[in-house]
Design a protein around this ligand. Structure first.
Ligand code: C5P
Length: 219
């Protein structure tokens, strides 16, 4: 039997990352935050001064990303990489810009699929259930209102000591939502067989429990 995958897709700041991590931990599964791969590619492009519309150069970057994932940590160009550097708004916007290029997405397929290892994988992103792992036995499409997502992101930034303005966070979130849902390739949308889960009124723990309940029903 193929190694099972739980695909968790949804818009920015829907809590996918925290939920995927907690679900993977509860089940002893491997976890893939696919957004990190787009962010790493964007990071490298910004570092090397590759223009964000140079598809060929960006595709080469994505295909040869000098990255390994060791014990939960990221090693880039031979050095342990501080993943917090990928969480900035600038890297996020750059990631969503390059993620609209089909050949960049294709260049990252094999790397994403290499995370599928026994006993199972929890993968979060935008197209885990629709494109990368279409045979996943459980697909969850996680949503929350734009206001509650903006509020969560805002609180996260403030708690990290990063100055932020709620209205700006909201505007940036809407910009990224629009870009991710309107692009021609792998647009953010639920797979036909995805379970919709709205976490607007749920705590992190309740949302994790809801995903685990769906998993128990599916096996
Ligand atoms: O999830 P995260 O915010 O880290 O992703 C950053 C950007 O990478 C997203 O805005 C999206 O454009 C892109 N992305 C994607 N497909 C994925 C994961 C992320 O296009 N599977």
């Amino acid at each position: 039997r193929p190694v099972p995958v739980i695909a968790i897709d949804g818009p920015t700041a829907s809590g996918k990352g925290s939920i995927a991590t907690a679900v993977a931990e509860a089940l002893g599964f491997v976890c893939l935050d696919s957004g990190v791969l787009y962010r790493l590619t964007a990071w490298e492009a910004l570092q090397q001064g590759v223009p964000l519309d140079d598809s060929d150069a960006l595709t080469r970057l994505a295909a040869d990303l000098p990255v390994t994932f060791a014990a939960g940590g990221i090693v880039l160009n031979g050095h342990v990489f501080d993943a917090a550097q990928l969480r900035t708004e600038a890297v996020g916007q750059a990631a969503s810009t390059i993620a609209a290029i089909p050949s960049v997405r294709e260049a990252l397929f094999a790397l994403q699929r290499s995370f599928r290892r026994a006993p199972g994988l929890v993968a979060d992103g935008r197209d885990m259930g629709t494109v990368v792992f279409p045979d996943a036995p459980l697909k969850v499409f996680l949503t929350a209102s734009a206001h509650s997502r903006a509020e969560r992101r805002y609180k996260q930034l403030i708690s990290q000591g990063i100055p932020a303005i709620l209205a700006d966070v909201f505007a940036e979130l809407e910009l990224r939502d629009a870009r991710d849902t309107q692009r021609d390739v792998a647009a953010l949308k639920p797979a036909p067989d995805a379970q919709l889960l709205d976490s607007t009124d749920l705590s992190l723990e309740q949302t994790v429990e809801a995903v685990l309940a769906l998993w128990r029903q599916s096996v």
